[in-house]
Design a protein around this ligand. Structure first.
Ligand code: NAP
Length: 314
């Protein structure tokens, strides 16, 4: 740990900044929350700015920023922070396009700052164990099922329905971030069907099929219209039994026996990793999950489905 904590600013004070970033920064002695940048949001007792450039000029003591805005505006903010010599943590997805994240990677390397593209689901407690269990096994079939109620998790969030907001891939990319971390082989997207509400720009449901060098049958089923029990599961049939990674990566079962079931500590893991990257002067940008989503938008067959009417923001 550095002798002085890193002074970090949260940019975009919305749901994830409040629910996870603020408490995780408070819980990690390597960081101090020194400022926020948000047009409307703020935290009591933390110096608040409404413009990133104004904060960067006024606060040379702030050495890192955590960008918690929607993806559509993330590149412009990250580029400005990097140009000002600040380290940058990107919420997932790291950007709205592959090329803009590659551009940021180049800018960060040139400026000599750390760029960390976070995938919070990879820090779920059972993910490393699932990867270790699958390694060396023959995988015959993988079924990803990610079904949740968009009205419950994203009430009033317009950006998820606008181009670049990813629609159901906003949670679906979490599943893909786990899948690309645990699959013991590279994945290639083979086909996709995207269901887009007639009054929206992004899909409310998607079905994907992947190919791999091993010939395993791999599918993903994402749906935002699920009410009642929510499902965030990855099921793998192998030569040594059936592995079930449940609850977004918190619980691991093999042939029905529970190997691991732990509470969520994803964002504590993210900030521990960010501190380690800063200490080592390194960056961490893995585009694999975003590439699969980009592929789905490239080859996906679009079908138009019933209009989606949101519930008002809380
Ligand atoms: P959110 O509640 O809508 O908050 C985002 C904040 O960004 C807004 O409150 C807004 O604050 C600011 N912002 C700046 N430009 C914006 C724009 N053009 N449109 C809308 N807001 C803008 O979103 P969120 O749920 O926190 O998600 C933010 C990011 O975190 C997304 O990439 C999402 O995938 C990721 N994430 C979310 C969750 C979750 O559970 N919600 C979980 C993991 C990751 P001001 O109006 O004050 O500027």
């Amino acid at each position: 740990m550095p002798s002085e904590p890193h002074r970090i600013a949260i940019v975009g004070v919305g749901k994830i900044a409040r629910d996870q970033h603020r408490p995780s920064i408070a819980g990690n002695p390597a960081f101090t929350l020194a400022a926020t940048v948000s047009r409307h949001g703020f935290f009591d007792g933390v110096p608040a700015y409404t413009d990133l450039d104004a904060m960067l000029v006024a606060r040379p003591d702030v050495t890192a920023v955590a960008l918690c805005t929607p993806p559509q505006v993330r590149h412009a903010l990250a580029a400005r922070a990097i140009a000002a010599g600040r380290h940058v943590l990107l919420e997932k997805p790291p950007g709205a396009t592959l090329s803009e994240v590659e551009d940021l990677t180049h800018r960060a390397a040139t400026a000599g700052v750390t760029l960390f593209a976070t995938w919070h689901s990879r820090f779920a407690p059972a993910v490393p164990r699932a990867a270790a269990w699958l390694a060396g096994r023959t995988v015959r079939r993988v079924a990803v099922t990610w079904k949740e109620d968009v009205r419950r998790w994203h009430p009033g969030q317009e950006w998820i329905w606008q181009a670049g907001g990813l629609g159901v891939f906003d949670p679906g990319i979490n599943a893909l971030s786990i899948l690309t971390a645990i699959a013991p082989f590279p994945l290639r997207l083979e086909s996709a069907v995207l269901e887009v509400p007639e009054n929206r720009e992004t899909p409310i449901a998607a079905r994907l099929a992947f190919a791999s060098e091993t010939g395993a049958d791999i599918t993903a089923d994402f749906d935002w219209r699920r009410e009642g029990t929510q499902i965030w599961d990855i099921r793998a049939e192998t030569d040594a039994g059936v592995m079930l990674l449940r609850d977004g990566g918190r619980r691991l079962e093999v042939d029905g026996a529970v190997l691991l079931d732990e509470p969520d500590a994803e964002y504590a893991g993210i900030y521990a990793r960010f501190a380690a990257l800063l200490a080592g002067g390194r960056s961490d940008v893995d585009l694999a999950p975003l590439r699969l989503v980009a592929d789905a938008f490239m080859i996906g067959r679009r079908t138009t489905v019933a209009p989606f009417v949101d519930t008002p923001a809380p």
